[in-house]
Design a protein around this ligand. Sequence first.
Ligand SMILES: Nc1nc2c(ncn2[C@@H]2O[C@H](COP(=O)(O)OP(=O)(O)OP(=O)(O)O)[C@@H](O)[C@H]2O)c(=O)[nH]1
Ligand SMILES: [Mg+2]
Length: 299
Amino acid sequence: MSSVTKSGYITIIGRPNVGKSTLLNHCLDMKLSITSRKPQTTRHQLLGVLTRGHSQFLFLDTPGINAGRKRSGNSIERYMNRQALSTLKDVDVILFLVEGTGWRDGDATVLKYLSSTEVPVICVLTKVDRLRNKSLLLPLINELSQKRNFRAIVPVAALRKEGLDMLLDAVESELHERPHLFSADEITDRSTSFLVGEMIREQVVRQLGAELPHRSTVLVEKIEEADEQTTIFASICIERVSQKRIVIGKGGSRLGSIGESARHNISDFLGKRIDLRLHVRVRSGWTDDRKSMAELGYR
Ligand SMILES: Nc1nc2c(ncn2[C@@H]2O[C@H](COP(=O)(O)OP(=O)(O)OP(=O)(O)O)[C@@H](O)[C@H]2O)c(=O)[nH]1
Ligand SMILES: [Mg+2]
C-alpha cells in the first residue's frame, strides 16, 4: 500500500425517510445517528467519520429535504431544509438517496436542488431488500440514468449491510489526496450532550404518535460525571400544556418508557451506568420562534 492519504466530505441527501441515517450508521458500523419509521426524524447535520486504510470518509447525515417548504414552512422546517441544502456547497461527493422501490415526487424535488452543482453525485438505491423481484432494479437504474449523469448508481440494503463495500469503493475513487482531518478513533465532532439529547429525542419520535414529535425537542441541561455513574438532567420541550398529558402518559408510563429506552441506549453508547432525570417543559410556540429555537440548539 502506498502512504498517500485521501479524505473528503460526503453529504447524504434525500427526501425524508429514504434511509439516510441508517446508511450512515451501517457505513460506520455503529449507531451514531437516530432513526425511525417516521419522516423528519433527523433535524441537524451530523458528521460521521470513517477511517478505512489510507482513506478518511467524512460523512454528513442531513435532514430530509421537504418539497415547497423552503419559504412556506414554519421556522423549524426551514431550519431543516437549510441544514441539508447548506452541505451541498462545500463537499467532495454527494450521495443522492432514492428508495429502490421506485422514484417519487419527493425525489424530484431533491434532484432539482442538485441541478446546478459541479460536485460528483452518486445515486444510492436504498432498502433493496424490500424488493421481492430484484429484476425491477434494472428499469429503475435505466430511468435514473436518464435524469442525470451520475458517477455511479449503487443499490444497497443498509440494514443487511449489502452493497456498502461497493458504495464505499465508489466514494473512495472520488476522494482527493489530502491529509486526514481526524484521528482514526474519532467518530464525530458533536458533543456528548448533543448525542445524548438525540438519543432521548429518538425515543420521543419512536414512542409518540405522528404529530407530537414534530412539536417537541429535547434539551440536555446538565451532565454530572461521577466514578460510579453519570447523571443526566434533560427536558422534553413541547409547545402546549395540553401535550404534557400525552408525553407523560397514564401514571407516568409513557415518560417512564421513553426514559428507560433512552437510558439503555445512552448507557451502551457511553459505556457507563446512567441515571437519567427526565422532565417535561412547555415552551409555547418554540417551533416558530427563532429565539426559542436558538436556545434549544437550532441555530
Ligand atoms: N428494509 C429496510 N429498511 C430500511 C433500510 N434502511 C432504512 N430502513 C428503514 O427506513 C426507515 C427510515 O430510515 P432513516 O434512516 O431514519 O431515514 P432518514 O432518511 O434518515 O429519515 P429522516 O431523517 O426522517 O429524513 C426506518 O424505519 C429504517 O429502519 C434498509 O436497508 N432496509
Ligand atoms: Mg435521518
